[in-house]
Structure formats: structure tokens, C-alpha cells
Design a protein around this ligand. Structure first.
Ligand SMILES: Cc1ncc(COP(=O)(O)O)c(C=O)c1O
Length: 286
């Protein structure tokens, strides 16, 4: 089936979709994005994704391209037109096109792009069954990781380093030895006493939508949580470890820098949280 991409008001065949060479997203990474999960033909946690998009746009003074209702319509259309039942939808907003200059242009229309991609749910389930390996790397990123910008080169480099080490995700580590977050996920551990630990929100990490929904689930399940930074040795000695992201929901981590976490198998709590995640997530059929 031909893929359809939304670009600035038009639904175009994949091969014809594009943005201007002087788009500031292309030249300055002057751009923010969202990735939402699509599960069984429904969008997951749209309200939280749109709220985070609003925040990223406002902090960077990029104009909002359209109302939330219109954005929801575009998201639903792009999922429907591509007949995606399980996968993800990607939405990107740039400051728009303007002659190359560091200073913000006066009046430009933001660029809005949306695309949807299927993901084989069986492949993700198989990955979750075995769990993933993590490689730690120093965190070289800027001081506004709380904004979901397309400045993703450090994440791409980190994931490449992880791949070379036989791992599927990288964990960034700050100058004090604390894990900040994954290259494209939030990082969590379960302490031997059963407490779930994750770094509190600050400028060094993205406030994951999956993280927020998982905190709701942990509360509903009566699982004790402590939001504080943890070190790599603490994570290696943990009872369980996992990462969260819209594309993988709750993904068990079974080794960190070659050191097995718990017996190298996904933990029971992690498995339960993965199973129950969508009970608490917001589900919007498209
Ligand atoms: C750096 C980073 N942290 C955390 C996350 C998880 O965020 P979410 O749960 O909203 O997908 C992502 C997702 O892409 C990410 O890129």
C-alpha cells in the first residue's frame, strides 16, 4: 500500500512529500516533535502528547500550527489513510522556512509534518519477552533535554555505540555518575526492597508521556516509587530494570554494560506493568 504523508495541509504520496531546503528544522534543528503509539487502531495518550507539544512549542516560541482539535484530526487521518493498526505516528513542527539566519525570522508559518508507520506487534512482544541490553555512555547533550526537539545527533551516536556493543539502547550518564535517561526512553530500576526508582523531572531528561502514565499505574497498583537519580552500579545491582517510551511502552532491561540484571530475565513487576499499561493509558479510537 502506498504511504501517505501529511505536509502543511496536504496528504501526499510518500515519494512526493518534502519540505523546503531552507526550512529551519533542516538547517538549525529548530523544530520539535512527538511520537505517539498506535495500538489496535487507537491513538494512545494523545492528550498528554499534545500538552507536551504545546510546552515544547511555547518554550521555543514556535507558533502553534493549528488547534488541538485540528491536530487530532490530522493524527487520526494519517493513521487511517495508512491503515496502521499497530505502530506509531510521528508529528513534527518546525519554525518554518526563511533565508538562513540564526535570528528568528519575523513572520513565518510553522511547518507541520505527520506520518504513520506500522510496527509488527509480535516482534515487539518477542523483544519484551527476552528483554534488551543497555550500554551506558557519557551524556553530552544540551541543558534543555526537557524539550522534545529534533536535535537528536547525541542520541543517534549513543545508539550506534550501543549497537556496536551488542546492546539495543544507550543510557546517558551525567558527570556525577547518575543515569539521566535512555537515548530514546526513560530509565527505571526496581530496588531489591521493591521500590521503583526513576530520575525526577529536570532539564536533563524528557518528561516521557509513557513515564507519566506509568507513574499513574504504579500509584494505582500501590507500588512504592522514589523519584531520585540512580547510578550505574545501583542499576546493575537492581532487582529489575526497564525503559519506557511510546514506541516500546514498558521494555525490560536484562543487562547493563554486559552485567546481567537479575538473572538476565525480565522481572515480574516489569512484565506486570507492561501487561497493565494500556488499562490506564488514554485510548482514542481513530
Ligand atoms: C530522550 C528521550 N527520553 C524519553 C523518551 C520517552 O518519552 P515518551 O514516553 O513520551 O515516548 C523519549 C522518546 O522518544 C526520548 O527520546
Amino acid at each position: 500500500m502506498a504511504r501517505i504523508v501529511y505536509v502543511n495541509g496536504r496528504y501526499l504520496p510518500y515519494a512526493e512529500a518534502g519540505v523546503h531546503v531552507e526550512d529551519r528544522g533542516f538547517q538549525f534543528a529548530d523544530s520539535v516533535y512527538e511520537v505517539c503509539e498506535v495500538k489496535s487502531g487507537a491513538l494512545i495518550d494523545t492528550t498528554r502528547h499534545l500538552a507536551r507539544l504545546d510546552r515544547s512549542l511555547a518554550e521555543l516560541k514556535i507558533a502553534k500550527p493549528m488547534s488541538d482539535a485540528a491536530l487530532r484530526h490530522v493524527l487520526a487521518q494519517i493513521v487511517r489513510r495508512n491503515r496502521v493498526r499497530d505502530g506509531l505516528v510521528y508529528l513534527q513542527v518546525t519554525r518554518g522556512k526563511a533565508a538562513r539566519d540564526f535570528l528568528f525570522p519575523g513572520e513565518t508559518d510553522p511547518t507541520l509534518v505527520a506520518l504513520a508507520r506500522p510496527i509488527d506487534p509480535y516482534k515487539v512482544a518477542a523483544k519484551a519477552k527476552s528483554g534488551i541490553a543497555v550500554k551506558t555512555v557519557p551524556d553530552p547533550r544540551w541543558g534543555r533535554c526537557d524539550l522534545k526537539t529534533v536535535m537528536l545527533l547525541p542520541a543517534a551516536l549513543a545508539k550506534e555505540t550501543a549497537r556496536e556493543a551488542g546492546a539495543q539502547e544507550a543510557w546517558f550518564v551525567d558527570e556525577k555518575g547518575f543515569v539521566t535517561e535512555g537515548a530514546s526512553s526513560n530509565a527505571w530500576i526496581v530496588r531489591p526492597d521493591g521500590f521503583v526508582l526513576t530520575r525526577p523531572l529536570d532539564n536533563r531528561i524528557l518528561g516521557g508521556v509513557t513515564r507519566a502514565t506509568l507513574l499513574d499505574l504504579l500509584k494505582a497498583q500501590g507500588v512504592p516509587v522514589e523519584q531520585r537519580p540512580f547510578t550505574v552500579p545501583e542499576a546493575q545491582a537492581a532487582r529489575e530494570a526497564f525503559v519506557t517510551s511510546a514506541s516500546a511502552t514498558v521494555m525490560p532491561v536484562v543487562s547493563i554494560d554486559g552485567h546481567k540484571v537479575a538473572e538476565g530475565r525480565p522481572g515480574d513487576l516489569t512484565k506486570r506493568l507492561r501487561e497493565k499499561f494500556h488499562d490506564l493509558a488514554e485510548i482514542t479510537p481513530v
